[in-house]
Ligand binder design. Structure first.
Ligand SMILES: Nc1nc2c(ncn2[C@@H]2O[C@H](COP(=O)(O)OP(=O)(O)O)[C@@H](O)[C@H]2O)c(=O)[nH]1
Ligand SMILES: [Mg+2]
Length: 325
């Protein structure tokens, strides 16, 4: 018995008992691995889980014609948030990554060019957001690691090709995969992740009609963001929507008597308090926090705020703490 496993781990253990297929079991085991604290005390358990996963993988591979033997790609989170570009084949996912970041993914006019995920950093004003390009969502092709990666991300972009006459068929299939991945509810239009619906290739004539057809079938009319990844149309709007949807704020700090630090703001969840900020800066600061002088963006006079104060984007904060002895 390993001590100090988070309660969530035991919930997953119970789920594992109920899981039927090797695929389901692998996914749950991967989640268990992810939530397990990594230290000496859990080494044995980590090994056990890993060998269980390996065994199940073999079992799954024997059943399927698609090879599942390749290693699981993992993209380490960086910057203020991780956004995954997902969607049917050939919708322009790799092109979008190339247009928004300095990454250079392979782009081609045939499907399934992208086999492994590729990250890039998107500069939004003064912060960086990680964008990840992924292989297409298509049933029978999409592998479980993709679902795992999507579930761990902060936001999903579902990229649609508005120049494609077969858009409905591909969209249906991709959405089915989201159901398999437990990202969409099977019975309802309900998602476990934050989603942005983005329609690409609006440089191609006739995209409005295709968008209309799509909106008749899916409740996305008010949400769809039309862009052209190749021609850089509306990408600034997309950038803003990404930032808003991540629900993060930027907070600048200053040391008493010194000029403010207006580069590299802290990025924290929206609705965080001054106490949350203090915690993000240093754990001791939570205890020693007394009050803060706080400037709202564009305002000259500071206000005095206590630890419960809810921060907003672009606040400038000067924390006053008890002297440490
Ligand atoms: N006309 C047009 N073509 C695009 C646009 N974005 C991507 N494409 C093309 O669509 C094809 C597939 O692009 P790619 O980025 O590889 O798609 P992926 O399979 O979703 O990664 C390529 O031929 C791209 O040049 C766009 O905004 N407009
Ligand atoms: Mg691609």
């Amino acid at each position: 018995m390993v001590a100090n496993l988070p309660p969530h781990y035991h919930t997953k253990e119970a789920e594992l008992k109920k899981a039927k297929t090797p695929e389901e079991k692998i996914e749950i085991l991967l989640e268990m691995m992810a939530i397990m604290p990594k230290h000496k005390g859990t080494e044995k358990l980590q090994k056990e889980l890993k060998s269980k996963i390996a065994k199940l993988r073999k079992e799954a591979a024997e059943k399927k014609t698609i090879s599942r033997g390749s290693p699981i790609p993992v993209i380490v989170k960086k910057g203020a948030g991780q956004v995954i570009i997902a969607g049917p084949p050939n919708t322009g996912k790799s092109t979008l990554l190339a247009s928004m970041t300095k990454a250079k993914p392979e782009i081609a006019d045939y499907p399934f060019t992208t086999k492994v995920p590729q990250p890039g950093m998107f500069q939004y004003e003064d912060i960086q957001i990680q964008i990840v390009d992924t292989p297409a969502l298509a049933s029978g092709i999409s592998e479980n690691w993709l679902g795992d990666m999507m579930r761990k991300s902060d936001l999903l972009i579902f990229l649609i090709d508005l120049s494609d006459d077969d858009v409905l068929e591909k969209m249906d299939d991709a959405i089915k995969v989201l159901e398999q991945f437990r990202i969409k509810n099977e019975d309802r239009w309900e998602f476990t992740k934050k989603m942005l619906w983005v329609g690409n290739k609006i440089d191609v004539h006739g995209w409005e009609q295709i968008k209309d057809v799509l909106c008749e079938l899916y409740p996305i009319e008010k949400e769809i963001i039309p862009i052209s990844a190749k021609e850089n149309i509306n990408l600034d709007v997309l950038g803003e929507r990404i930032f808003k949807r991540l629900e993060i704020i930027r907070v600048y700090t200053k040391i008493p008597g010194k000029p403010p630090e207006m580069k590299d703001p802290y990025t924290i969840n929206a609705n965080s308090t001054l106490e949350d900020l203090a915690r993000a800066i240093h754990k001791d600061l939570v205890k020693s926090f007394r009050y803060a002088r706080l400037w709202k963006h564009g305002q000259g006079n500071p206000l005095i705020a206590g630890r419960e104060y809810i921060l907003e984007d672009r606040d400038l904060v000067e924390i006053h703490a008890e002297e440490t002895k």
